[in-house]
Write a protein that binds this ligand. Structure first.
Ligand code: BES
Ligand code: MN
Ligand code: ZN
Length: 502
């Protein structure tokens, strides 16, 4: 979709969106259109019994008189004081969905907030465009028989702004974010026959190049992983014909001696459960068990694209968890890179085994300022928090507070759950140093986090259990149903707000 910024002039084709404040007060462009259409705008506002100009209210005026546009969409804005960046993103997204389902191909957004609103005009225009771009994502590369009316129709949006140059400038980083989110959504949406450890590593490796200066990508193969002693990760991978990979992405945005932030992703390209096999119903969802890794790769792309003033490393552990004659058995004991031995009582608790080795390797090699892992780790986090919040665990309060604040700011909320010694007792093993499940269903997400914490030394660390938020079954204003890329915007904001100021 083509996005442009231009000064407002009366459109002569396509759809045009204008804002209406709460209590039905017309904005400047709405009045201009009203004059050009012999009062059609004011008449529509008066005639729509449930339109008050509150946020999320839309009224289309199709084929208005006096102006050759296809429709005018009246968009409720609510109260000027309540306008913020998130509201505008949601409006942009809702408008894109409306126009796409209406079959419109070009649109002008003339949502002039004036000077009274808390968001500056250029920023407001950029946020509207960002929301529209986020919502317009589709994964349709495997759909060969779509009828024209099933395809998105909207091909260009012109957003009105008094200073188009400034709006375009404000959109630079946001446009890069929308692209990174789409990149992650593509990875997460791919089926497991197309996206497996090697092919996913190739997609990450392809990011390194002149377009993203400062970004380097290394791919560690199976031999290297065994040399490093990653017995926990290799144990998960051994049942599959697809060899595992660990991808190490480094982005340098400041002096080389500044310790990096580290992001680690679970990348199980398909999780059958292994010998502790999952039931058939719904197993297809496990193609997105690599969402944590997809988010880390998209985030690294974004930090590089917007030239973030930070050093960051992104590591992803890529494996396929399959049952086979070569698969690991319940009761097997593996030796992790840390030296700790792990009794694998359930081969379906595999994500934590992958994270164990990748986290250990990460802190060993990079001595990061902080480590944040993302993983579709437990079904239990869905029982606890549903699809609204990701589960957050941390060994450091400041880090946890920063993640909560960043999540709130971008609309990707996270809710902190506890860690404690008393939970940790549940994973002591009789046969090895630790076992990978507790043996009952109590506090499943906390148990998973406790296991992961056994592989973290004295470094500030946080774990995001994204099993409930990585995929959505319903449309939201800026997130069409499907892969959400939850975490890309959150962590980008986290970096921007707390690690780039100096
Ligand atoms: N990938 C799953 C968790 C999951 C479940 C993600 C539903 C997304 C949606 C994970 O590997 C898993 O199987 N976890 C087990 C852990 C259990 C065996 C302790 C679970 O949640 O049942
Ligand atoms: Mn599993
Ligand atoms: Zn899994």
């Amino acid at each position: 979709m083509d996005i442009r910024f231009a000064e407002f002039s009366l459109p002569q084709s396509g759809a045009v969106v204008v804002g209406v404040w709460e209590d039905r007060a017309l904005t400047g462009p709405a009045r201009r259109l009203d004059e050009a259409t012999q009062g059609a705008v004011a008449r529509a506002v008066a005639a729509a019994p449930r339109f008050h100009g509150k946020k999320n209210e839309l009224v289309p005026v199709i084929g208005p008189p006096g102006l050759p546009v296809s429709r005018i969409v009246l968009a409720g804005l609510g109260k000027p004081k309540a306008i913020d960046a998130r509201l505008l993103e949601d409006l942009g997204g809702t408008l894109a969905a409306h126009l796409n389902s209406a079959g419109e191909s070009e649109a002008t957004f003339a949502v002039d907030l004036g000077d009274g609103a808390p968001v500056k005009p250029a920023e407001a225009a950029a946020r509207l465009a960002y929301g529209a771009a986020l919502r317009s994502y589709r994964f349709d590369k495997y759909r060969t028989k779509q009828k024209p009316e099933q395809k998105p129709s909207l091909s260009s949006i012109t957003v009105s702004a008094a200073s188009p140059g400034e709006a375009k400038q404000a959109y630079q980083a946001l446009g890069a974010a929308a692209e990174a989110v789409a990149f992650t959504r593509d990875l997460v949406s791919e089926p497991a026959n197309e996206l497996y450890p090697e092919s996913m590593a190739e997609r990450a490796a392809a990011l390194a190049g002149p377009d993203l200066p400062g970004l380097t990508v290394e791919v560690l193969d199976e031999n290297r992983l065994s040399e490093l002693g990653m017995g926990a990760l290799l144990g998960v991978a051994q049942g599959s014909v697809r060899p595992p990979r660990v991808v190490v992405m480094q982005y340098r945005g400041v002096a080389a001696d500044v310790a990096p932030l580290a992001f680690i992703g679970k990348g199980v390209t398909f999780d059958t459960g292994g010998i502790s096999i999952k039931p058939a119903g719904g197993m297809w969802d496990m193609k997105w068990d690599m969402a944590g890794a997809g988010v880390v790769i998209g985030l690294m792309r974004l930090l590089a694209a917007r030239r973030a003033r930070v050093n960051a490393v992104g590591l992803v552990g890529l494996v396929e968890n399959m049952p086979s004659g070569a698969a690991q058995r319940p009761g097997d004991i593996v030796r992790s890179m840390s030296g700790q031995t792990i009794e694998v009582l359930n081969t379906d608790a595999e994500g934590r085994l992958v994270l164990a080795d990748v986290l250990w390797y990460c802190q060993d090699r990079f001595k990061p300022k902080a480590m944040i892992d993302l993983a579709t780790l437990t079904g239990a986090v869905i029982v606890a928090l549903g699809h609204e919040n990701a589960g957050l665990f941390a060994n450091n309060d400041e880090l946890a507070e920063r993640l909560v604040a960043a999540g709130k700011a971008v609309g990707e909320p996270v809710w902190r759950l506890p860690l404690a010694e008393s939970y940790d007792r549940a994973i002591d093993s009789d046969a090895a140093d630790v076992k990978n499940i507790a043996g009952d269903r109590a506090a499943g997400s906390i148990i998973g986090a406790q296991f992961v914490q056994r592989f973290v030394n004295n470094v500030p660390w946080a774990h995001l259990d994204i099993a409930g938020v990585a995929w959505s079954k319903k449309d939201a204003p800026t997130v069409p149903k499907g892969a959400t890329a939850f975490g890309v915007r959150l962590l980008d904001r986290f970096v921007a707000d707390y690690y780039e100021s100096d």
